[in-house]
Design a binder for this molecule. Structure first.
Ligand code: CP3
Length: 361
């Protein structure tokens, strides 16, 4: 059977499947690399596009969204593309109205805090940007010589924006609902799990070659609360999608090291790790069954080149100690990152990891 987004062997020798192979913990000639938020403001060409169009406007123009997705692939030489979209967009399909405010993030017109608020949310209320995203994916699959990763927000991370109505550091209102109205909380989380799963399934059916579930803020919870209030819904997303024959990545976000032992049974292939936990320790905590992805501190990109290389080499040494390693940052790229530095880093990862792979063969 031909796997999605992977050309039959022998017919297209130019398709780079290094990322897919690493996700499956197969042997690779060098470590694949991509960056969370690799399409973004560090790129002057992207900034020029953003002078004319907002993120949501770009997403509604499939040709443009495809172009923005391709830019970092061409400029940086990364081994995977990630669809230009946002975790909030599938919520349009529930009738949620929001804006993405510059330097702040998602702001919701009517936050969801009561049962009546939740009852207003209806699957299928609008198309949720899905037709545009599917058209963008179809264009990309024709153009790309690397796999296309699609993504969705995990239930807790989405719930935090919906309940708070805006980005938060404390998660006060989110936790107020979680502890005080567990039934309402689980209903909301269940709806968000289904919304994410439907979005991801449609994307894979249109040709996306892998997906990542972003749980950016799950590290705000104790392991016990995560297990009780969040994990069942994360598990549900992966269970609903377990028939899809593409690599599945879970990124439990920043500061989630203490949650890793709870992920051992998840029907995912890859776990994303931030820089607070070593990759060796992340493998140990998750039971050794997953490929790992990460985990350079994004701000290492501000360091002098020799320091950056030294830091990246340590990460690669740890990652490549076992099969199943994908180089990435521990969180998304920041807008002030330098394009030249990113190119240098990508090249270094490829060279250093190729050297290492050839020595261990
Ligand atoms: O990785 C990629 O290049 C693909 C595109 C992508 C975007 N958002 C586009 C975007 C991805 C994977 C996301 C995920 C996302 N969005 C997350 C999870 C990842 C993470 O960072 O933890 C979260 C929490 C969001 C919500 C969101 N959207 C925030 C917090 C912001 C930042 C607001 C700001 O101005 O600082 C956004 C806006 C956003 N999403 C931008 C991009 C390229 C910036 C908009 C711009 O370019 O002006």
């Amino acid at each position: 059977m031909v796997k999605k987004n992977e050309r039959p062997k022998g017919t297209d020798m130019t398709f780079n499947d290094r990322f897919l192979r690493a996700c499956r913990r197969e042997a690779v000639d060098r470590a694949p690399v991509w960056y969370m938020r690799q399409a973004g403001r560090y790129d002057p060409d992207y900034r020029r596009i953003k002078e004319k169009y907002s993120l949501l406007e770009i997403c509604r123009r499939p040709e443009l969204a495809a172009e923005v997705t391709l830019m970092p692939v061409r400029k940086l030489g990364v081994d995977a593309a990630i669809l230009y979209s946002d975790i909030m967009i599938p919520l349009e399909g529930l009738g949620v109205r929001f804006e993405i405010v510059r330097h702040q993030g998602p702001v919701i017109a009517e936050p969801v805090r009561t049962a009546a608020d939740l009852d207003r949310l209806r699957p299928g209320a609008a198309d949720g940007g899905l037709p545009h995203a599917l058209e963008t994916i179809r264009i990309l699959v024709r153009e790309l010589k690397v796999p296309l990763i699609t993504f969705a927000g995990a239930p807790f991370t989405l719930a935090s924006y919906l309940v708070e109505g805006k980005p938060t550091r404390s998660f006060r209102l989110t936790k107020t609902m979680m502890y005080g109205e567990p039934e309402l909380w689980h209903r909301l989380m269940g709806l968000l799990a289904e919304t994410a799963a439907a979005w991801l399934r449609a994307h894979v059916e249109a040709g996306a070659g892998a997906f990542q579930l972003f749980d950016s803020w799950a590290g705000a919870l104790s392991p016990r609360d995560y297990e009780r209030y969040v994990l069942p819904h994360v598990r549900a997303v992966f269970d609903m999608l377990s028939d899809l024959d593409v690599p599945k990545i879970y990124f439990p976000g920043v500061g989630a090291g203490e949650l890793l032992p709870l992920l051992a049974g998840l029907k995912a292939d890859v776990i994303g790790v931030d820089w607070r936990v070593s990759l060796a320790e992340a493998r140990r905590r998750t039971g050794g069954r997953f490929a790992v992805q990460g985990n350079l501190d994004p701000y290492v990109l501000t360091a002098p080149t020799p320091v950056m290389r030294e830091q990246a080499a340590r990460v690669i040494d740890e990652g490549m100690a076992e099969p199943g390693y994908i180089f990435n940052l521990g969180h998304g790229l920041f807008p002030e990152a330098s394009l030249d530095k990113l190119r240098e880093l990508t090249e270094f990862v490829h060279e250093y990891s190729a050297d290492r792979a050839s020595k261990t063969r």
